[in-house]
Design a protein around this ligand. Sequence first.
Ligand SMILES: Cc1cc2nc3c(=O)[nH]c(=O)nc-3n(C[C@H](O)[C@H](O)[C@H](O)COP(=O)(O)OP(=O)(O)OC[C@H]3O[C@@H](n4cnc5c(N)ncnc54)[C@H](O)[C@@H]3O)c2cc1C
Length: 339
Amino acid sequence: MNASVYFTRQQARDPHLLVVGGGPAGSSFALFALDYAQRAGIDLQVTIFEPRDFTRPGPWGCNMGAGLIPVRMLQHLAEIDVTVPPHVIRNHISSYTLHTAAGQIHLPQPDPVGDVIGVYRGNGPRNGPDWGTCISFDHFLLQAAQERGAQVIHERVTHISLSPHTFVATREGRYTGSLVVLATGVNSGGLETEGLDYQPPRRSKMAQVELFLGEELVEERLQGSVHIVLPQNNQLKFGTLVPKGPCINVSLLGGDLPSGSVERFLQLPEVRSVLPEGVQNRACGCRPYISVGAARPLYADRFVAIGDAGITRLYKNGIGTGLRTARRAAFTAINYGTT
Ligand SMILES: Cc1cc2nc3c(=O)[nH]c(=O)nc-3n(C[C@H](O)[C@H](O)[C@H](O)COP(=O)(O)OP(=O)(O)OC[C@H]3O[C@@H](n4cnc5c(N)ncnc54)[C@H](O)[C@@H]3O)c2cc1C
């Protein structure tokens, strides 16, 4: 059945896609779905539910990641004329430096046709500088979706029902639709489901801090490179130092990450060889989860899970994978239907 036939039959009912979560996966799903629908001549309604205000600095406005995105991944957005503006991009990454038991290995950009950009997910660290404008990547995408016709409701969804009726509920209201798109990531819970036995992906704890050094010192110490530290005799799987304009993002993964883990990491000789002596100026910090598994089910009648709430790559390219799963899910919903 082609797209217009499918939606013409549905239209009398409710051609309405309900996107739960307005991170990169949810917003890009809305952007792709609206674009594909327009090309197919379908009058589509998309509603995104997102409680976070990405224009706020610090953890309140942030989806908590290091914010590295291969430009290759953004080409999916370029296909629908969505381009990340320069004021959202903090860095262009030119190389990786591995700190291993065998010493330091400097790897110039491994993908000769690729580049990696660094962004802030929210409006910068809690105690960061005044940026003069909103620099949040997630805000940029959500706003782009809104400008192209998505309705954004700044509320948390508390209940999803697939049968006998398809709807989502917030504390303020109930919204019926033809498809529920779950794009809630792995950092929140408390969502009841009816007519669906959704098992979220397994997740691991991480720790992050933003160190404020100023742009010149960051460039001098990291030299535009992402530093990956693989400590010996340590519970840590790895730690990274990522240049982010005037800050360095420090991200740690491994074990329970008890309090003091960041301090101990910053004292490792390989880390001290990169950072200036006694660096203490913490502009922000958080302890988010990262997805390390797959949800069950990934899709069902009138339901699809995308981004981290569905499946992602292990420790790599979560944002880009969110864009990819969103694009494929939107294509399928518009061209093959939602049932
Ligand atoms: C420390 C760390 C570093 C990382 N570094 C990188 C990196 O450098 N590059 C990279 O590509 N990936 C990185 N990742 C992974 C990346 O952050 C995720 O893969 C990515 O955010 C997934 O996008 P998403 O849209 O699926 O989910 P999220 O970004 O988590 O967005 C989910 C959205 O859903 C909203 N939401 C949640 N529950 C509800 C609800 N009930 N109702 C309505 N809305 C809801 C949330 O407010 C949020 O805005 C990192 C992760 C961690 C933990």
